[in-house]
Design a protein around this ligand. Structure first.
Ligand code: NDP
Length: 330
């Protein structure tokens, strides 16, 4: 990559923001030769906390970091950016209905889509982390008609990494010997972590594990519930694992997936695997030269089909609720 790249992080003074900023500034996002300018956005009540974060980054003296724009002004934050990592969103609180969560975040991502459209580079690449990530990405995309649709993605990489880690620990091998897990669908408890095409130590994962009951039950529910389990243990939601996964997501998108491996990303559905156009759905993808391609022609059995459709149905119902609130037509 040449020239200086401007990277925006929203919700920069939050948990994930705090963990992701040093990873980006130290070169783990775009490689060790790519100078960057960090754009950090926060809401006005968090202005002082953001200022603390800005001072800490300065004190790290990262050689690749050529400037910091720490601001509560959205227009300033979105101007001329090359990459947007959208972390900031309203968290779901006890008793909050999904409808309310979708409408609050719908408003934020409508504004952010409009800002991307007006002020960012026309080839800006957008990774949405803030939940409900798939639907938030869809809304931002809907309000940014000047930016290619394929530039909007949602993170399911943490789920993907969690699935690889669990397969590695079950088989007593290293993470590097596990590849080609798939997360299908929504970054939510309906996601389908699929090991049918995964490889562990050069062997098909189903053969390597040799325990179908574990794979169909404990494995899936452990991945689906991992976020909640971490909150219970830590008293706070996962932060550095989410930050690392977001960095993995953007890094592989821009610089390519390793030879022979795919990853999982929420991208615009294009009819692949029978998922209708019109949602941001997590698929297996291979990335090269800054573009992703959905891996094609994988065999889908009846068991997988049912779970892939179920998570699609949830995405469709999130879209219907959010679009009706925003007055958008599907
Ligand atoms: P976190 O930094 O912990 O999380 C931010 C978002 O990432 C949440 O929506 C969270 O979802 C989501 N997320 C996605 N995947 C994961 C994962 N695997 N583990 C944990 N979280 C995940 O939240 P904080 O409240 O600490 O920080 C958010 C910041 O955003 C605040 O500082 C707030 O001021 C700011 N904000 C900025 C806005 C803006 O820039 N316009 C708008 C709204 C808020 P979940 O809630 O489901 O855990």
């Amino acid at each position: 990559m040449d020239g200086i790249k401007r990277v925006l992080v929203t919700g920069a003074a939050g948990n994930i923001g705090y963990a992701i900023i040093p990873l980006i500034a130290s070169g783990q996002l775009l490689g060790p030769d790519q100078p960057i300018i960090l754009h950090l956005l926060e809401i006005p009540p968090c202005k002082e906390r953001l200022e603390g974060v800005r001072m800490e980054i300065e004190d790290c003296c990262f050689p690749l970091l050529k400037g910091i724009v720490a601001t509560t002004d959205s227009k300033e934050a979105f101007t001329d950016i090359d990459i947007a990592i959208l972390v900031g969103s309203v968290p779901r609180t006890a008793g909050m209905e999904r409808k309310e969560l979708l409408s609050k975040n719908g408003t934020i991502f409508r504004e952010q889509g409009t800002l991307l459209n007006q002020y960012s580079k026309k080839n800006v690449k957008v990774a949405v982390i803030g939940n409900p990530a798939n639907t938030n990405a869809l809304i931002a995309q809907a309000y940014a008609p000047n930016i290619p649709k394929e530039n909007f993605t949602a993170m399911t990489r943490l789920d993907h990494n969690r699935a690889c880690a669990l397969l590695a620990s079950k088989t007593g091998t290293s993470y590097s010997n596990v590849k080609n897990v798939i997360i299908w669908g929504n970054h939510s408890s309906t996601q389908y972590p699929d090991v049918r095409h995964a490889v562990v130590n050069g062997k098909n994962a189903i053969e390597a594990i040799n325990d179908d009951t574990w794979l169909k039950n404990e494995f899936i529910s452990c991945i689906q519930q991992r976020g909640a389990t971490i909150i219970k243990a830590r008293g706070m939601s996962s932060a550095f694992s989410a930050a690392v996964a977001a960095v993995n997501h953007v890094h592989d998108w821009i610089l390519g997936t390793p030879e022979g491996k795919w990853t999982s990303m929420g991208v615009s559905s294009d009819g692949s695997y029978g998922i209708p156009v019109g949602v941001i759905y997590s698929y297996p993808v291979i990335c090269k030269y800054g573009k992703y391609e959905i891996v094609q022609n994988l065999k889908i059995d009846e068991y997988s089909r049912a779970l892939m459709d179920k998570t699609y149905e949830e995405l469709l119902s999130e879209k219907t609720e959010a679009y009706s609130f925003l007055g958008l037509s599907a």
